[in-house]
Ligand binder design. Sequence first.
Ligand SMILES: Cc1cc2nc3c(=O)[nH]c(=O)nc-3n(C[C@H](O)[C@H](O)[C@H](O)COP(=O)(O)OP(=O)(O)OC[C@H]3O[C@@H](n4cnc5c(N)ncnc54)[C@H](O)[C@@H]3O)c2cc1C
Length: 294
Amino acid sequence: MYYLLPDFRFVKPETLREAFRELETEGAAPIAGGTDLVIDMKVGRRKPDKLVYIAHLPELNGIRDAGDSIVIGAVTKLQSIVDSELLRKHAPVLPEAVNEMASWQIRNIATIGGNLGNASPAADTAPPLYVLNAKVVIKGLGTERVMPVREFFVGPKKNALRKGELIQAIIVPKVAGEGVGMSYVKIGRRQAFTLSIVSVATLVKVEGNEIVDARVALNAVAPTPVRAPHVEEALKGSKATAEVVMKAAEEVLKDISPISDVRASKEYRRLLSVALTRESLLTSLRRAGVKVEV
Ligand SMILES: Cc1cc2nc3c(=O)[nH]c(=O)nc-3n(C[C@H](O)[C@H](O)[C@H](O)COP(=O)(O)OP(=O)(O)OC[C@H]3O[C@@H](n4cnc5c(N)ncnc54)[C@H](O)[C@@H]3O)c2cc1C
């Protein structure tokens, strides 16, 4: 079956300011790597009149050290995130998750801003960014607002952007250190080159043998990626043991509302959510330096 692109105008602005002016027009949409948007246009889900190319704009690109945090420009390619020494050192769960996305070829054209902008419930950058408590910097013509990534996702394929706004960057706090462990576990229909059936990111902080902080996030189990507050509460203040993790992971069923779709049934997603939450938490605890026996 052949899919044809509908007619549209393509503009490549010379400056960010010019991009904002172009985006003010009715029917305009930003395009970065195009790995989501072009497919949506080919299958008729989206029909923008004008595509405003943004992936070449230097103000939106690059990964930089900002002291307590790392700032990732929205058009930074996914593969640059995998390769970033800065992120691997201070927020390793993000490169770990991105390394599981798509393929090397796609990761060299697709961007982190596009993954968030597409607002899929299965977006793979969401769970790690949720547990890192990352924020999105949103820019418009003469406006700027910053919000937690968790608030940016408002529904399936719906984000918090207003007309004419762009994601400029993502702010990732530096959280790695003594007693901190984090991990990402993804199950798709194949080993690679595929979207999540369920993915889980976790981050734990341990002092002595006590879990003093626990963050858990999942994708593909609700209309948006979610944090799992019931699991987190069951862990905080508890001993860092396998028994505690086994019990706490069951709580995830209170935090999710999966549906059946082309990739999996809701029953399978529920089973996977418990199993992957358990697996990711055990890995995070081990990475935090705790010896947990199962
Ligand atoms: C074969 C294949 C495999 C894939 N595998 C995965 C996977 O494993 N995990 C996963 O999560 N995704 C996967 N994807 C989806 C896709 O590659 C990612 O979501 C990617 O990060 C999208 O980035 P992009 O730059 O191509 O976005 P685009 O297609 O350019 O844009 C996507 C949406 O975001 C908007 N947008 C883009 N940039 C901005 C910005 N700076 N500000 C505001 N809005 C913006 C666009 O208008 C559009 O609505 C896959 C896609 C393909 C084709």
